[in-house]
Design a protein around this ligand. Structure first.
Ligand code: 2AM
Length: 182
C-alpha cells in the first residue's frame, strides 16, 4: 500500500502564518543571538529561519490550505512597522526572544484577521493569546532579565503562509505563499 508522507501533495502539512524579516534585519537578529549565547547558552536559530509567528495552525490538509489561501487573498492589510525593542527569556520553554514594544496594533489586527479567516473554514488552531516575538535561541540554560536592544525599524510589507518540516531533528521552513501589504 502506498501511504502518502505527511507533507506530500495528498497529505497534511504543518503550517503557520509568519512575518519574515529582510536579510539585513535577520543578520542583525542573528548577531544579537550570538552575542547573548555567551551568557545564556542554548542554540542559536539559523539566520534564515528567524521569523515572527502570526498564527500557528499545526497540521492542515492540502484542501484546507488551498481554501485558506483563497480566503487570505481577499484580505486587505496596509504596510506597517514594528520596533523590536527588547530581548528576554521564557523559562517554561527555555527560549530567548526579541519582542516589540509600544504600538503593536497593526500586528494584532493582522493576527486577529488571520484567526477569523481560519475560523471561517473550520480549521483548528492554537487559540492562546498572540504574544509577538522572534525566537532567537532555544534550549537556553541560563535565563536573563529583559534588556533593551537597538535595532532598526522593521518595515512589514509582506506576510506568508509557511510549512514547517523536521529533518534530522532540525526545523526547516518553506514558504507556501506570500501576500503583499498594500
Ligand atoms: P516559538 O518560536 O515560540 O517556538 C513554528 O513552529 C513557529 O510556530 C515557531 O515560531 C513557534 O513559536 C510557533 N508556534 C506557536 N505555537 C506553536 C505550537 N503550539 N507548536 C509549535 N509551534 C508553535
Amino acid at each position: 500500500m502506498n501511504i502518502p508522507a505527511k507533507d506530500d501533495g495528498a497529505g497534511k502539512a504543518r503550517v503557520f502564518f509568519a512575518l519574515w524579516p529582510e536579510p539585513a534585519l535577520r543578520r542583525q537578529l542573528h548577531a544579537l543571538a550570538l552575542h547573548y549565547q555567551g551568557a545564556c547558552g542554548g542554540s542559536v536559530m539559523r539566520a534564515e529561519t528567524l521569523h515572527l509567528t502570526l498564527l500557528f495552525l499545526g497540521e492542515v490538509s492540502q484542501e484546507n490550505i488551498r481554501k485558506l489561501q483563497q480566503q487570505v487573498d481577499a484580505l486587505e492589510m496596509a504596510p506597517f512597522s514594528i520596533h523590536l525593542a527588547h530581548i528576554a527569556c521564557w523559562r517554561h520553554n527555555r527560549i530567548a526572544y526579541a519582542a516589540p514594544e509600544g504600538e503593536t496594533a497593526p500586528l494584532q489586527t493582522l493576527s486577529q484577521a488571520l484567526r477569523v479567516l481560519t475560523d471561517t473554514i473550520g480549521v483548528e488552531f492554537d487559540r492562546r493569546d498572540f504574544t509577538p516575538h522572534v525566537t532567537l535561541l532555544r534550549k537556553v540554560t541560563q535565563a536573563f532579565e529583559s534588556q533593551p536592544i537597538e535595532l532598526p525599524e522593521w518595515k512589514v510589507e509582506t506576510f506568508s503562509l509557511v510549512k514547517s518540516s523536521t529533518l534530522n531533528g532540525r526545523a526547516s521552513y518553506r514558504t507556501l505563499k506570500t501576500w503583499r501589504c498594500t
